[in-house]
Design a protein around this ligand. Structure first.
Ligand code: FE2
Length: 277
């Protein structure tokens, strides 16, 4: 491990805070290897007291892979790879206040997402994360075997519907373009760790391949509840300058909408991943 860096888990199943890394500076290879290993070990890593320009955030994100240019939400002016995650003081709704992983409706879903908060409430607005390796590994052998041979259909149709009329900066073309749709294995194997994780998400998984929506729903409902068991989760309390990097391949997250009257604002980049196998 690089000297001066500490990695402190925040819960038993996922999440670790990393201290001693300034993300505004180019990371040398040893530091990057330490950060990447912590990311793979803990699924979501957090940094505090960072000051990042949009370019510095993108530079950090690009260490992990190519960044997505979203056609879902309006990007930051001059930075098509950066999403503005915002809730204004008078807003009541937010994006992401349900368990999900980012972009599982894409052919190549997100490897990871990085959120850097610039303004946040003194309390409230935490984000929860859930370890989907643990979700898979805690199922019975019979259920594991059955799910391992199944695939499912993922679509962002419900997200497009949900975003209509909301106080969010939705991309002007988002409502008129066709929904994204993809077919992925229900249990995916992480390309870097070799571990299997459960990969179904309430807003995006429409049905199992070869089954109707009605046939799929009972099992999907069980899996959604199972995937978010408290034992699999951690909860991060943000401050101004906090950064979180989460692995969408093996974790789900949930943004809590338990605050009002305060602006919460941040910049997010999304790293493009591989086709799930
Ligand atoms: Fe999200």
């Amino acid at each position: 491990m690089s000297t001066g860096i500490s990695i402190k888990p925040i819960a038993g199943s996922c999440g670790a805070e990393i201290a001693g890394v300034d993300l505004s500076m180019p990371l040398d290879d040893a530091t990057f290897q330490t950060v990447q290993q912590a990311f793979l070990d803990h699924l979501v890593i957090f940094f505090r007291d960072q000051t990042l320009s949009p370019d510095q955030l993108k530079t950090f994100g690009r260490r992990f892979g190519e960044l997505r240019v979203s056609d879902q939400y309006q990007p930051l002016d001059g930075h098509p790879e950066i999403l503005e995650i915002v809730k204004e003081p008078d807003a009541t709704d937010i994006v992401g206040n349900l368990w999900h992983c980012d972009e599982s409706f894409m052919e190549k879903p997100a490897l990871g997402s990085i959120l850097y908060l610039i303004d946040c409430p003194e309390y409230g607005g935490d984000t929860m994360f859930a370890n989907q390796y643990a979700a898979f590994e805690s199922l019975s052998p019979g259920m594991q075997e059955m799910l391992s041979s199944m695939r499912a259909i993922y679509s962002d149709g419900s997200l497009q519907q949900r975003n209509k009329g909301r106080s969010l900066k939705v991309h002007p073309n988002a409502a008129s373009r066709p929904s994204y749709e993809a077919v992925h294995p229900v249990v995916r194997t992480h390309v870097q760790t070799g571990r299997k994780s459960l990969f179904v998400h309430r807003p995006y998984t429409i049905r199992f391949e070869g089954m109707t929506v009605e046939e799929s729903q009972p099992l999907l409902r069980f899996l959604y509840a199972h995937a978010a068991r408290p034992e699999f989760t951690c909860r991060f309390r943000w401050d101004k300058g906090s950064v979180a990097l989460w692995d969408n391949r093996c974790a789900q997250h949930y943004a809590l909408n338990d605050y009002a009257g305060v602006r919460r604002y941040g910049h997010r980049v999304t790293i493009i991943g591989d086709k799930p196998k």
